[in-house]
Write a protein that binds this ligand. Structure first.
Ligand SMILES: Nc1ncnc2c1ncn2[C@@H]1O[C@H](COP(=O)(O)OP(=O)(O)O)[C@@H](O)[C@H]1O
Ligand SMILES: [Mg+2]
Length: 216
């Protein structure tokens, strides 16, 4: 099977205590999988390891079948992987939606006109064009999550990692996010403990519990 991400015996220790041990996981091409687990079980840490933000204590991650041993190895895949953190409120770099959505593209050297065209496309696709000139910090939690997602999708990543994308959202915002995620044909790992949300996205669910990852 062609895989986007493989975890090979990944372990992580924090303060000399094992957070998880010998985790193995395969994420197929354009497959969606979910990871659930109680608070503090290590879900966010595992996602940060896959996102190349933390190095595991043991084992390694493979991205497109290439072994990653350190953050330097990860660098060439940085553009392929999008990571939505659990708390998006510190994620924004610009005051308004449109400025923030084009920020990373501009940082990669794209000219302003092309970046604005791409932003229009993505805002249309995510049905948030009406928010284009709004100040991000005035938006609801749900709207902020979708704006953050737009800023990731505009970069055309191949792998998307989402940490509790519906955390603290109302039912309507959750439905919007379900529709968006179901319309995206990319490899995806979704961390959440909303069972109904996960069930509407994928049948492939893993649970992080007792330091290990178990397929449900
Ligand atoms: N770098 C770190 N600094 C502080 N605490 C950490 C760090 N890495 C892991 N932890 C601890 O590990 C545990 C798991 O955290 P986390 O991955 O956020 O779990 P989850 O997302 O499942 O709630 C928590 O108790 C957290 O305090
Ligand atoms: Mg977490």
């Amino acid at each position: 099977m062609s895989c986007s991400v493989n975890l090979r015996g990944v372990s992580y220790k924090h303060n000399k205590k094992d957070l998880f041990n010998d985790i193995n996981l395969n994420l197929g091409h354009e497959e969606k999988i979910a990871i659930i687990g109680s608070n503090g079980s290590g879900k966010s840490t595992l996602l940060k390891i896959i996102a190349g933000l933390i190095t595991p204590s043991n084992g390694y991650v493979e991205i497109f079948h290439n072994k990653i041993f350190n953050l330097k190895d990860f660098k060439r895949y940085r553009n392929d992987i999008a990571y939505l953190p659990q708390d998006v409120s510190n994620h924004f770099l610009c005051p308004t939606v449109i400025e923030d959505v084009i920020f990373s593209l501009r940082a990669r050297g794209e000219n302003k006109e092309d970046a604005l065209l791409k932003a229009d496309e993505i805002l249309e696709e995510l049905k948030i064009k009406h928010l284009k000139h709004r100040v991000i910090f005035d938006l609801s939690g749900g709207e902020q999550k979708i704006v953050a997602l737009a800023g990731l999708l505009i970069l055309k990543p191949k792998i998307i990692l989402l940490d509790e994308p519906t955390n603290a959202l109302d039912e309507e915002s959750e439905k919007k996010i379900v529709n968006i995620l179901n319309s995206i044909k990319k490899s995806m790992i979704i961390v959440s403990h909303h069972k109904s949300f996960i069930d509407s996205l994928t049948p492939t669910i893993y649970k992080l519990d007792n330091n290990s990852l178990e397929r449900l």
